[in-house]
Ligand binder design. Structure first.
Ligand SMILES: C=C(O[C@@H]1C=C(C(=O)O)C=C[C@H]1O)C(=O)O
Length: 373
């Protein structure tokens, strides 16, 4: 579909107050969309259906589904998005949360010193005032600005409107192969990825890798981990380890593997239960879908491959694979009636410096502020 028609259809769906999600996977040009036929709030309890899931941080809350059985799929080929040159200096945060946030960080550091807690990811909403947001213009700017991210615009009339550009994969399953990543540690990108990392960042990222590898144990076999590398996400750098494996004999379905991973110590902490309890008690707001996960569930993908390079025409085989592609909902915003909530957080460990942790969240807000004006 031509991109003008694609965006026209999205706009019509939005005007009709019908649910949709438009998204582009990392390093791809094709933008996909799911258009749900009615405004039912479907839920998935076990992630067994085909569709697009949008799940909250709190794994005790409902996971929303746009089922393929009740939707149309569309895609628009090779659309780059539209870049914005404008600097949005008028976007002044309305929240004055620094003191409260630093207090919570200090509480976390002392809980880490006094209890079993090793890491807790604290976060906050940052509000910017904005009337009449041009949703699809913002989405196009996200597409143009964050090529290596999973970029999305999700809407349900009974829940609301979310947009984002996340650098973090929760889980990819293709046939019998699975992969995920441990992403943590943050510094501002200053023109090079050849940077050094402190022990605090190295340790907090190692917590995530170790947690993922040990939690996957029951579900998979032949786990392999990549070298740790520095990756760029817009104006930020993170440490990343890629983890892949084969689904094991005892693999008991997507829900189990997602439960084993989500929420990882990249967005929650370690041990998981203690970190989550700390977050729910001290963060002082409801994260809803921020740091939850979203993506394609059990999509059928046609893949072609040539088995003989010298005789290309006669040797193209098509196979259909079932693919699930889930991402952690970070660097995102929720569009509210007359303001926008940007959600940002960072991992706190015993070595955290509260002021630096605050600054890290300020840097993270610029991922979304860059595309708003
Ligand atoms: C929690 C966020 O990001 C996560 C926390 C990071 C950190 O603590 O350094 C880095 C990447 C993400 O895993 C966020 O962007 O809001």
């Amino acid at each position: 579909m031509h991109h003008d028609d694609f965006f026209e259809s999205l706009n019509a769906q939005f005007q009709d107050a019908l649910p949709f999600v438009a998204y582009r996977t990392p390093n791809e040009n094709q933008v996909n969309a799911v258009f749900q036929h009615d405004d039912t709030l479907y839920e998935t309890k076990d992630l067994s259906e085909s569709g697009f899931v949008f799940a909250p941080f709190d794994d005790a809350s409902k996971m929303v589904l746009m089922p393929l059985a009740a939707s149309d799929l569309e895609c628009c080929d090779a659309f780059e998005g539209t870049a914005s040159e404008q600097v949005n200096s008028e976007l002044v945060s309305t929240s004055n949360q620094k003191i409260a946030y630093i207090e919570t960080i200090k509480k976390a550091i002392s809980a880490i010193a006094q209890t079993d807690l090793k890491k807790v990811v604290l976060s906050r909403p940052d509000y910017v005032t904005k009337d009449n947001l041009e949703v699809f213009e913002v989405f196009k700017r996200l597409l143009a600005t964050y090529k290596t991210a999973f970029v999305y615009c999700w809407y349900h009339p009974k829940i609301g409107l979310w947009l984002g550009a996340t650098p973090e994969t929760l889980l990819k399953i293709e046939g019998q192969r699975m992969s995920t990543m441990a992403l943590a540690g943050t510094q501002v990108y200053k023109g090079t990825t050849e940077v050094s990392w402190g022990t605090k960042e190295a340790q907090e990222q190692q917590f995530v890798t170790d947690y993922i590898v040990s939690n996957l144990d029951a579900e998979v076999e032949h786990v392999s981990t990549s070298e740790r590398r520095t990756v760029r996400a817009g104006g930020l750098l993170h440490l990343q380890t890629q983890i892949s494996a084969r689904l094991g004999k005892d693999y008991s379905g997507l829900l189990h593997i997602v439960r084993a991973l989500h929420p990882t110590p990249a967005v929650c902490g370690l041990p998981k239960a203690e970190a989550k309890a700390f977050i729910l008690e001290h963060e002082g707001y409801n994260r809803e879908y921020y740091s939850g996960f979203m993506g394609e569930l059990h999509f059928k993908k046609r893949q072609t491959r040539n088995t003989n390079r010298r005789n290309v025409e006669n040797n193209v085989y098509a196979t259909v694979k079932t693919v699930s592609n889930l991402y952690v909902n970070l660097r995102c915003m929720q569009v509210l009636p007359s303001k926008i909530a940007l959600y940002v957080g960072g991992g706190i460990t015993k070595d955290s410096n509260p002021e630096a942790e605050w600054e890290e969240t300020v840097s993270k807000t610029s991922t979304m502020k860059k595309v708003l004006f």
